[in-house]
Design a protein around this ligand. Structure first.
Ligand SMILES: Nc1ncnc2c1ncn2[C@@H]1O[C@H](COP(=O)(O)OP(=O)(O)OP(=O)(O)O)[C@@H](O)[C@H]1O
Ligand SMILES: O=C(CO)[C@H](O)[C@H](O)COP(=O)(O)O
Length: 292
């Protein structure tokens, strides 16, 4: 936790929708005049695509079928923690980009499956925004949670998460359904052991639930639309959350538990703005006062 240089950590599995949620944050930052710097979790993968393939094959031959991008050891989590700590103390740090596809390659000048060079954050930012797979990991080696001031989970129910991943990886990254299915299967061990535990560390989880049949996610022709889904929003500590205000402002919402509210899928953006804007506004106000 840093009063001077706060960190927001948004965690979700691959295809969960963390990049989509980043757009909502960017709208809030723009409207509130907040200058942010950001990290994409993929920047902290340990291997480029070719080296990851070689490492996967090496481990597989040695009898380890559990290794994947979700595994702690496939990522530079100590370096990520060092950057979180440095940013919290000084407002400085560094990141890079993992280039996934031709569009990103044209933008960065780096071939797909490789990293750009590390580059420092811009100076004079108000906060650091992280979105990715591992921003709330607590294990024997790192504790990212203690550095983050606001922690969010983006967690569609698993059938929906798979549909989103399959459609995104096919449409934007050129993979086949079979290839994505193999990746989902290979990542399952680390999904359970490395990804899921983080959602007990987060302050707020946003869980999208489809209300159409997704029994066979591998043949779904499209991603269930916002109108075909609900969002369950769960607060770890509901004290201070103005639920009557939220349920009156968000048409069609209701409380399902003392710490949970359900909103229609097409109100996700509105709900996030209503919930997050005051939290961000307070965080930035206190940080600016601490730096003055
Ligand atoms: N609330 C939503 N409603 C409809 N579609 C969504 C929603 N959130 C995400 N999607 C869709 O799901 C797919 C994956 O979303 P996104 O790229 O944001 O995932 P991600 O968590 O950033 O994945 P990765 O970490 O692998 O890059 C995209 O096609 C996106 O349009
Ligand atoms: O989404 C991912 C992790 O969140 C990707 O699968 C990972 O970044 C590796 O990418 P690629 O398969 O394009 O090499």
């Amino acid at each position: 936790m840093s009063k001077k240089y706060p960190i927001i950590s948004v965690v979700g599995s691959s295809g969960a929708g963390t990049s989509t949620v980043k757009n909502t944050f960017e709208q809030i930052f723009r409207r509130e005049g907040v200058k942010s710097v950001s990290i994409e979790g993929d920047a902290f993968h340990r291997y480029n695509r070719a080296d990851m393939k070689a490492e996967l094959e090496r481990r597989y031959a040695a009898g380890d079928a559990t290794f994947s991008h979700f595994s702690y050891e496939a990522n530079e989590l100590k370096e990520l923690e060092r950057v979180f700590r440095e940013y919290g103390e000084t407002g400085r740090g560094r990141t890079r980009t993992y280039v996934h596809d031709d569009i990103e390659a044209a933008r960065t000048g780096v071939a797909p499956g490789n990293f750009t060079q590390w580059a420092p954050f811009e100076d004079n930012s108000d906060l650091l925004f992280y979105e990715g797979l591992h921003g709330c990991v607590v294990n024997d080696e790192v504790n990212l949670v203690r550095h983050a001031d606001l922690k969010l989970g983006v967690v569609p129910v698993i059938n929906l998460e798979w549909i989103q991943k399959i459609h995104r990886d096919r449409a934007q990254r050129g993979y086949t359904t079979e290839a994505v299915t193999d990746v989902i299967l290979r990542r399952m061990y680390a999904y359970v052991h490395c990804i899921v535990p983080q959602f007990s560390e987060t302050d707020i989880n946003f869980q999208r639930v489809p209300v159409v049949d997704t029994s066979n996610p591998f043949i779904a022709r499209w991603i269930p639309t916002p109108d075909e889904s609900l969002i369950v929003i769960r607060f770890k500590n509901p004290r201070g959350i103005d639920f009557p205000y939220l349920t009156s402002m968000i048409a069609g919402s209701w409380m399902s538990r003392a710490n949970s509210i359900v909103v229609p899928g097409n109100k996700q953006d509105l709900a996030m703005q209503l919930i997050l804007t005051p939290l961000i506004e307070r965080m930035v106000r206190e940080a600016r006062r601490a730096r003055a």
